[in-house]
Design a protein around this ligand. Structure first.
Ligand code: NAP
Length: 249
């Protein structure tokens, strides 16, 4: 059993985040789970941690620089310098064609997904690197960054591509320093993220996928756990394609 880790799960309240925390709770003991949320901590409060694991719930709206700063300050003040960071937050998915392009909306999504992450890494990555102990950073991207993106995903593809750039650059800048900075890129997962798009589009995506189904959170969590584990100590700058072969590059 792995023990004494400090996880910082950004967007822990997401459907994917909740499934991840449940799995990590089975795999680790005596570890601290710093669980970030934006709108509601109800589902996080229901988690039953075991084997000496404890949770610290932290609210922050990442569209606000002040709230990102106050999350960083809280963690520093409480000496909760993470050994493992997972980045999951995202705004609801909307299909965007060029004619729908809305710079304000893009900026909002960039704040939630990219700028917040860079600020948080700026605050904690140096200490994580200094430990020389294979601390881990994992970001959740999307299969839109692999191969040919699906149609009408302009904003989402822009944001996830930028996040991919952050992972690739920081992995390169920290090579050989016994830190692992990686990402996963799932295809469509049936979660709340899709609640504002036409259900027929979700059905169509399922129909066009190899097993005629979209992913579930349980298809994705094991790859994130792998990238958080010692088994990935020789991986840096990797982006795992979790699309059931829907995208092959
Ligand atoms: N679902 C898919 O098809 C799919 C496919 C590939 C990749 N992904 C990626 O997987 C990750 C998790 O997605 P999910 O599908 O599990 O999504 P989800 O259940 O909709 O969760 C979205 C998360 O983002 C947080 N969030 C939203 N607005 C925020 C804000 N202003 N400030 C801070 N946090 C904010 C939410 O916090 P609250 O709930 O507390 O508001 C929640 O934790 C995302 O990065 C998504 O892009 C999803």
């Amino acid at each position: 059993m792995n023990s004494n880790k400090t996880f910082l799960i950004l967007g822990a309240s997401s459907d994917l985040g909740l499934a991840l925390v449940k799995k990590l709770n089975d795999q680790y003991e005596n570890s601290v789970f710093c669980l970030h949320y934006n709108s509601s901590d109800a589902s996080l409060k229901e988690l039953e941690l075991k084997d000496g694991n404890t949770a610290r719930l932290i609210k922050a709206d990442f569209t606000s620089d002040e709230e990102v700063g106050s999350l960083i300050k809280t963690l520093k003040d409480e000496d909760l310098i993470p050994t493992h960071i997972v980045h999951l937050p995202a705004d609801k998915l909307h299909y965007t064609r060029l004619k729908d392009y809305d710079q304000e909306h893009l900026e909002r999504n960039l704040k939630i997904q990219v700028y917040s992450f860079v600020q948080i890494l700026k605050a904690f990555l140096p200490a994580m690197v200094k430990r020389k102990d294979h601390n881990k950073v994992v970001a959740v991207l999307s299969s839109v960054v692999l191969g040919k993106p699906p149609r009408s995903m302009l904003e989402y593809t822009m944001v996830k591509s930028m996040l991919h750039g952050v992972i690739r650059q920081l992995a390169a800048d920290n090579e050989g320093k016994l830190i692992n900075i990686n990402s996963v890129s799932p295809s469509m997962i049936e979660t709340r993220l899709l609640s504002e798009i036409d259900p027929r589009i979700i059905e169509m995506a399922a129909g066009e996928s190899p097993e005629s189904r979209n992913a579930t959170v349980d298809d994705v969590v094991p790859s994130i756990c792998f990238l958080l584990s010692e088994d990935s100590n020789y991986l840096n700058g990797v982006n795992i394609n979790i699309s059931n072969g829907n995208v092959i590059i």
